[in-house]
Design a protein around this ligand. Structure first.
Ligand code: Z5A
Length: 221
């Protein structure tokens, strides 16, 4: 799998806690790239390929609340392998750009920083499944977890909570810190975006960064 990102397309990921607005902003970015004539595919994790979507159902099934973070990490990486092989790799090789709603940083933050799975285990899985490369650009949508959980709750209405939404506030605080630590460790790739603003203000900042980082490269090729 090493080298899967050494391709003509660009790979952009959105990360952050629940209700931070990742899906909303991922779709807006895809539309903007499309308007420039850049073929852009929107995908998500867990999921993004037929088999990985099956694993998603299993992971988000509210009946399975009692399980270990390590079991989850293994399933997220199983889904990721299929997603990379069936969707991400072929799409990038064909010159498409890909915008993914979550990727490996979510495993580092949820199962690692917040869930307690050791960094060594996650690094090994990452190396086997993804290889050495990282996404070209990652947006970490940051906001106080109380606000994100409220947004997610309002949207969910009366639907059952899944095993992740059910976790306590301390878990979500560790999660937020986990994402901020990833951004600090990889400032070339990761941009922390204040997600506690209106949708258009966030989208404008995201677009400015994308234009500066990736568009000149794409149009001069
Ligand atoms: N997970 C994991 O543990 N490990 C992993 O490796 C991976 C994932 C890959 C996937 O659930 C779960 O899997 C997730 C992490 C875990 N945990 N949970 N739960 P999911 O895909 O169903 O959910 P999510 O990824 O957390 O996304 P979300 O809750 O759907 O939130 P979002 O995509 O960040 O936000 P949104 O859908 O764009 O917006 C949420 C609501 O807020 C919606 O009503 C919007 O209209 C509204 N919104 C959006 N932006 C704004 C602003 N700026 N102001 C006001 N309102 C807004």
């Amino acid at each position: 799998m090493v080298g899967i990102f050494m391709t003509p397309g660009k790979f952009i990921t959105f990360e952050g806690g629940e209700g931070a607005g990742k899906s909303t902003q991922a779709e807006l970015l895809r539309e903007r790239l499309g308007a420039l004539g850049i073929r852009t595919i929107l995908t998500r994790e867990p999921g993004g390929s037929p088999f990985a979507e099956e694993i998603r159902h299993l992971l988000l099934d509210p009946r399975h609340k009692e399980r270990s973070p390590l079991a989850d990490a293994l399933l997220f990486y199983a889904a990721r392998h299929d997603h990379l092989t069936r969707t991400i790799g072929p799409a990038l090789e064909a010159g498409n750009w890909l915008v993914s709603d979550r990727f490996s940083d979510s495993t580092r933050a949820y199962q690692g920083a917040a869930g307690g799975v050791s960094g060594d285990i996650l690094e090994t899985l990452e190396k086997w499944v993804v290889g050495d490369r990282r996404p070209d650009l990652t947006y970490i949508l940051d906001m106080p977890p109380e606000l994100g959980l409220k947004r997610a709750e309002e949207r969910r209405g009366h639907d059952a909570v899944d095993g992740f939404e059910n976790l306590d506030l301390d878990f979500h605080k560790r999660l937020r810190q986990g994402f901020l630590d990833i951004a600090k460790a990889e400032p070339e790739r990761c941009f922390v975006i204040d997600a506690n603003r209106d949708i258009d203000a966030i989208a404008s900042e995201i677009w400015r960064i994308c234009e500066k980082r990736l568009i000149p490269e794409a149009v001069t090729k």
